[in-house]
Design a protein around this ligand. Structure first.
Ligand code: 5GP
Length: 179
């Protein structure tokens, strides 16, 4: 599996340090409040699990699943809701936890859909930020790393449902998806 990675972009140690730092900042920002973490399936599983361990205010976790990818490495431009939340988010402090924000389409959709349910607040936290690819007016409130326009896998991110278990973020060798 690791032979399919052309370059390790962010090491396991770098991720863990950054996630700890993000958890500290979020804990300070939400002091005295309870935060409802929304894990965006499936890519944010690892990030959410690690991040919540570093949040010291009370936390509730829920999951949502959306799909925006038409083929496996390019967004289709249309977002579909695949699995809705179980919790009622009215008057709750919602923090959407994303693995990566690329064009911003998914984020824009999620914010819009969740805002209609009248939460007390809504913010977005992403581990990776492909800032140069942003075309939609959507920016995260917290991000871990700005990354270049490369297709990455690992730490929850997949290609065709594989590579999610890698503990680092790596650039997938283009021969894997261009053949
Ligand atoms: P956006 O809607 O911002 O264009 O894309 C967000 C979604 O696209 C992410 O949640 C993720 O599922 C997928 N995505 C974007 N870039 C990458 C990437 O480099 N690698 C992987 N595995 N998924 C990506």
């Amino acid at each position: 599996m690791e032979k399919d990675i052309s370059k390790i972009l962010i090491t396991e140690k770098e991720i863990q340090e950054k996630v700890k730092e993000m958890g500290k900042i979020i804990s300070l920002d939400y002091k005295g409040k309870e935060v409802l973490l929304i894990c965006v399936l499936r890519g944010s599983i690892m990030f959410t699990a690690d991040l919540m361990r570093h949040i010291t205010v009370p936390v509730i976790v829920d999951t949502i699943a959306v799909s925006s990818y038409g083929d496996q490495t390019k967004s289709s431009g249309v977002v579909r809701l695949l699995k809705d939340l179980d919790e009622d988010i009215t008057n709750k402090h919602v923090l959407i936890v994303e693995d990566i924000v690329d064009s911003g389409l998914t984020l824009k959709y999620l914010r819009k859909v969740l805002q209609q349910r009248r939460p007390a607040s809504i913010k977005v936290c992403t581990l990776l930020n492909k800032q140069e690819r942003r075309v939609h007016d959507a920016s995260p409130d917290y991000y871990g790393f700005i990354i270049p326009d490369e297709f990455v896998v690992g730490y929850g991110l997949d290609y065709d449902e594989h590579y999610r278990q890698l503990p680092f973020i790596g650039i997938l060798d283009s021969k894997i998806y261009k053949d």
